[in-house]
Design a protein around this ligand. Structure first.
Ligand code: A3P
Length: 310
């Protein structure tokens, strides 16, 4: 059963920008910590599929791709509800605890598709005890930062981002919700061969969505899907189509998102950071990146060579 978020129950005073507090060392909005113990105790079931990302890495995109793949026999099923009800967000909680991701998941019969932004070490242990599969998507940190900045401006319950210059520094310091981008992407990368984790990159999906969907099919044991279906999924999950899809574009969260500031489906490109970073910010970022990524073989692409709209 799908337990829908009762968004109409939200009051104006619920929509406040919260401060961050540390939960088990990870910064999180204070109002989200009410259900933290329940999140830690969450019991995954065998067959549950986890979608894990750092915020703004393309979560909603991969969720839509996964839902299309799992419902390839009847793609209209992907319109049964908006993203946040179809694939609950594990650690999410609406103000005053109106409903939480854990509540939504409790009402749903396994196997479920579950979204999380948690770093690997804070994911409830039951996922690994039950040998659940995880799809992790990482995005280059410059575009991730830009997207996070605009999202923080428009989402009324995120901490106040301040100016672009201020948020730039905050992101580098790691004092943002769900913590440091660097620790997140490296933490999951280090575990990818120890658990059933498919580690994907936003830039790769942008470059060749069909190729990445086929990787996903292999991971999920669904290689039998026809080329035609894969092409249809590529089309249905393209930026322009998702932007117009009320079940995939978060228009359902209009009380929480101020689209006059920035739309949720904002640009969906690789390299938008170039229109935000100053030359000196770019130099500072590159030096910081070099130091923080010195202990890993994980590599990112900051630009794509070919035209993205091809
Ligand atoms: P931008 O702000 O750079 O446009 P998340 O779902 O993790 O919050 O990530 C949101 C980011 O993914 C936004 O990036 C959004 O536009 C982008 N996105 C969502 N759907 C997409 C799609 N179908 N293709 C490309 N990018 C997409």
């Amino acid at each position: 059963m799908i337990l829908k978020m009762p968004l109409l129950d939200l009051r104006e005073e619920d929509l406040q920008r919260g401060d961050l507090v540390l939960v088990d060392g990870m910064p999180l909005m204070v109002s989200w910590t009410e259900t933290w113990e329940k999140v830690k105790q969450f019991q995954a079931a065998s067959g549950d599929l986890l979608i894990a990302t750092y915020p703004k890495a393309g979560t909603t995109w991969i969720q839509e791709i996964v839902d299309n793949v799992l419902n390839a026999d009847n793609l209209n099923k992907c319109h049964r509800s908006p993203t946040h009800d179809r694939m609950p967000f594990l650690e999410f909680v609406l103000p005053r605890n109106i409903i939480s991701g854990v509540d939504q998941l409790a009402a749903m019969k396994p196997p479920r598709v579950i979204k999380t932004h948690l770093p690997f070490h804070l994911v409830p242990k039951s996922f690994w005890e039950k040998n659940c599969k995880t799809i992790y998507v990482a995005r280059n940190p410059k575009d991730n930062l830009v997207s996070y900045y605009h999202f923080s401006r428009m989402c009324k319950t995120m901490p106040e981002p301040g100016t672009w210059e201020q948020f730039f520094q905050t992101f580098l310091s790691g004092n943002v919700a769900w913590g440091s981008w660097y620790e997140h992407v490296k933490g999951w990368w280090n575990e990818r061969n120890k658990q059933q984790i498919l580690y994907l990159f936003y830039e790769d999906i942008k470059e060749d969505p069909g190729r990445e969907i086929r990787k996903l099919l292999k991971f999920l044991g669904k290689e039998f899907l026809s080329e035609e279906t894969v092409e249809e999924i590529v089309w249905r999950t393209s930026f322009d189509v998702m932007k117009e899809n009320p079940d995939a574009n978060y228009s359902s969260l209009q009380s929480i998102f101020d689209k006059s500031i920035s739309p949720f489906m904002r640009k969906g490109t690789v390299g938008d950071w170039k229109s935000h970073f100053t030359v000196s910010q770019n130099e500072m970022f590159d030096e910081d990146y070099r130091q923080k990524m010195a202990d890993t073989d994980l590599r990112f692409r900051f630009l794509l060579q070919r035209r993205q709209d091809a």
